[in-house]
Design a protein around this ligand. Structure first.
Ligand SMILES: C[S@@+](CC[C@H](N)C(=O)[O-])C[C@H]1O[C@@H](n2cnc3c(N)ncnc32)[C@H](O)[C@@H]1O
Length: 328
């Protein structure tokens, strides 16, 4: 079913065209993502380098992009000229690139999802969700994630649909790489958030978006840069070392490699900030990050972990922040 003429005409006008800043809504993350930093932005801003606040740093790197909360904040508040955004998750990067290049086509698909889903009753919605989830898992073998194509539009729409309608908005895959979040039961989920997606499209025009490992940053590094690292959280126990964002495991040896990269970037003159969940939340004697980043500036800020299936475990915990510059 095609979108009504009026909507279509508006999309054609807006998409791909540079709007004056005052006519744009503020772009915000379009996906709910485990470890998303949306709730922490106010606190994080105090930890940004002084030179960024003075608009002297013009290039920004976010190698663990996720929902991009920090990127959206920095791109709209601090006058950067370019951004390099990476994530290992191919579905996420596909979706960002579709929004960047063909937002109006994506909106057509999302509009249809919204219309078709919202008219269903509860039972039909659940069936629709599981059909889409099964299709999403099957189709991944037919997608060429390296080559931008028409295939990407329905794929991106399907990811957004699943994210908006799954339980707790949690993107979770099993060890085979299958998306396995159960259906949610939101009464009126916004599946096609046209205004925000158009705003995101405009903000992404300064970005180079790649499916890449975090180490890519060193190859792309330019002078006068700010790099923000938000790697997967360190597992609480040695047996629970599987991260849910993707099949790949981010184990302690990866955290060690990341610390090595942090030091390399420091020597090259970049301003670098890293955040992670503080292991001391669970074991006061765990000094893993304090040891890895000894000699740098380490702070702790209270954070609420929003995505936890057990409401009792959604209590206040600290986030650890490491910077290679003095804060303030
Ligand atoms: C804590 S999340 C980032 C959350 C993000 N800051 C936000 O606000 O939503 C970590 C991200 O790192 C990605 N990731 C995991 N291993 C990676 C790797 N080796 N290189 C790049 N990205 C990776 C995951 O796919 C996930 O999106």
């Amino acid at each position: 079913m095609a979108p009504p003429k009026k909507l279509n005409a508006r999309l054609n006008v807006l998409a791909g065209q540079k709007l004056p800043r005052q006519h744009q809504a503020a772009a915000k993350p379009f996906l709910k993502w485990a470890g998303g930093k949306g709730q922490l932005i106010e606190k994080f801003q105090q930890f940004y380098p002084r030179q960024l606040r003075q608009q002297k740093l013009k290039t920004f790197y976010e190698p663990f992009l996720g929902s991009g909360a920090v990127f959206f904040n920095i791109a709209q508040q601090y006058g950067i000229d370019s951004a390099y955004l990476y994530d290992i998750n191919e579905e996420l990067i596909l979706t960002y690139r579709v929004i960047q290049q063909d937002v109006s086509k994506l909106l057509d698909f999302l509009y249809r999802y919204q219309k078709n889903y919202l008219k269903l009753d509860k039972k039909q919605r659940t069936e629709f969700y599981y059909d889409q989830r099964a299709n999403y898992n099957l189709q991944r073998f037919n997608i060429d994630y390296d080559k931008y194509s028409e295939q990407w539009f329905p794929r991106a729409a399907q990811l957004i649909f699943l994210n908006r309608t799954c339980y707790n908005g949690l993107y979770r895959v099993n060890s085979k790489g299958e998306f396995n979040s159960p259906a949610g039961d939101y009464v009126n989920p916004t599946i096609c958030d046209e205004q925000n997606l158009l705003a995101v499209h405009h903000v992404l025009q300064i970005a180079e978006i790649k499916r890449a490992d975090f180490r890519q940053v060193i190859a792309d590094l330019k002078a006068e840069s700010f790099v923000y690292f938000d790697p997967p959280y360190r597992p609480l126990s040695k047996t629970a070392n599987f991260t849910s964002y993707s099949r790949q495991v981010f184990a302690d040896n990866e955290q060690v490699e990341l610390a090595r990269l942090f030091k390399q970037l420091d020597r090259k003159g970049a301003k670098v900030m890293l955040s992670n969940s503080d292991p001391k939340n669970h074991d006061r004697k765990d000094t893993f990050f304090d040891d890895l980043y000894r000699g740098f500036h380490i702070a702790r800020v209270p954070a609420k972990r929003l995505i936890n299936s057990n409401p009792k475990k959604r209590g206040a915990i600290n986030e650890i922040i490491v910077t290679n510059y003095a804060v303030g």
